[in-house]
Design a protein around this ligand. Structure first.
Ligand SMILES: *Cc1c(COP(=O)(O)O)cnc(C)c1O
Length: 364
């Protein structure tokens, strides 16, 4: 079976370092907000070029705590994309705000700046773009819209660790950015984990309190917070992988380009790179009208493939009543034909060639 992500191959290369680090952590018994979390936060802040990086329990929590720290609450509208994982909108709902879904650019799959502008109302307080599949959203235009209309900008970077645009990392551009370390993400833990980044001292202080029961000093609580800390054991694993992240992302890019080269003549649309940001290919997602045939052929040859995302958020049961009149033609069209192929830093040319051979046989 060729899986979507080959985590076993990646583990083989970092095994000694990870196991030694885990053994030391267990021996030290410093399990909560210990030295590895602290070191990892500093290493992330340096790598991402931000003042503060705060480890939390998941990407969903990262977005949730970032929204609280930026003052988003009941009655506020947050403009975002419907072509994303549900957690983007869940975080908006957790703070009592309303997600306002707007359409995407059908080529990049990222939120459309024009659509953002058209959706602004007196209640709009923030914009939450997602750097979907690892390609940075159009941050030059989104930043301009946010500053013109005095809106907070919170980046969903859960799929874009290491992606940059205009020489800056995603997450370092807006008021805050949220990352996920879910195991299959570009920088993945061996369990759940997340990170909030910000250049604001005040927001960072609030997020540090929020993740740890609203306290700065143990057993003294200033606000109602959460139990949402990045686990010390996960920090050990993440530190080993962070050192290698540029190589991992480079290998993903090379694999993606190889796929696109080999499929250039096929009746499908390979992923579009806008040439502005550096795409880190969390997913390799193509468009194909004959998606079902391709998926069936892949499955018969024991090759994984997946649809990210089959149902856009405005059509999900949980949102379908409040979004009854909402029509997002580009989002709906892309959702009906998108197909993601296996991609990870360990995918070699021979495997890519064998996958393309199956797709070619199904289509021509
Ligand atoms: C993975 C993901 C999340 C949520 O991250 P978790 O760590 O699973 O909570 C949020 N947004 C997007 C776009 C994601 O891909």
């Amino acid at each position: 079976m060729i899986p979507m992500v080959n985590l076993k191959a990646q583990y083989a290369e970092i095994k000694d370092e990870v196991e030694q680090g885990l053994a030391e952590t267990i021996a030290n018994c410093s399990f909560i907000l210990g030295p590895n979390v602290q070191a990892f936060e500093q290493e992330c802040a340096d790598y991402l070029g931000v003042k503060h990086a705060i480890g939390v329990a998941s990407g969903t929590d990262a977005l949730h705590l970032a929204l609280i720290a930026e003052g988003i609450g009941p009655g506020d509208e947050v403009i975002t994309t419907a072509f994303t994982f549900i957690a983007t909108a869940e975080a908006i709902r957790y703070v009592g705000a309303k997600p306002v879904f707007v359409d995407i650019d059908p080529k990049t799959f990222n939120i459309s700046p024009e659509a953002i502008e058209q959706a602004i109302t007196p209640n709009t307080k923030a914009v939450m773009p997602v750097h979907l599949f690892g390609q940075p959203a159009d941050m030059a235009r989104i930043t301009a819209i946010c500053s013109q209309h005095n809106l907070k900008l919170i980046e969903d970077c859960c799929q874009s660790f290491g992606a940059s645009i205009g020489g800056r990392q995603t997450g370092a551009i807006g008021d805050a950015g949220g990352y996920s370390f879910f195991p299959s993400k570009n920088l993945g833990a061996y369990g759940d984990g997340g990170l909030v980044v910000t250049n604001s001292d005040a927001a960072a202080e609030t997020i540090k309190m929020l993740r740890n029961h609203g306290s700065k000093v143990r057993y003294y609580h200033d606000i109602i917070g959460y139990n949402s800390r990045l686990d010390e054991m996960q920090a050990v694993i993440l530190r080993a992988k962070l050192k290698r992240i540029d190589r991992y992302n480079g290998a993903r890019r090379r694999a993606a380009h190889r796929y696109s080269e080999l499929m250039a003549d096929l009746p499908l649309t390979t992923p579009f790179e806008d040439g502005v940001g550096e795409h880190v290919y969390h997913q390799y997602t193509l468009l194909c009208d004959r998606r079902d045939e391709v998926m069936k052929a892949l499955q018969e040859n024991r090759i994984a493939s997946a649809i990210y995302y089959p149902v856009p958020l405005h059509r999900q049961n949980v949102f379908k009543d409040e979004c009854a009149g909402v029509s997002l033609p580009n989002t709906e069209k892309v959702a009906a034909t998108c197909l993601s192929l296996p991609i990870c830093s360990e995918l070699d040319d021979r495997t890519i060639e064998s996958i393309v051979k199956v797709i070619r046989a199904a289509l021509v």
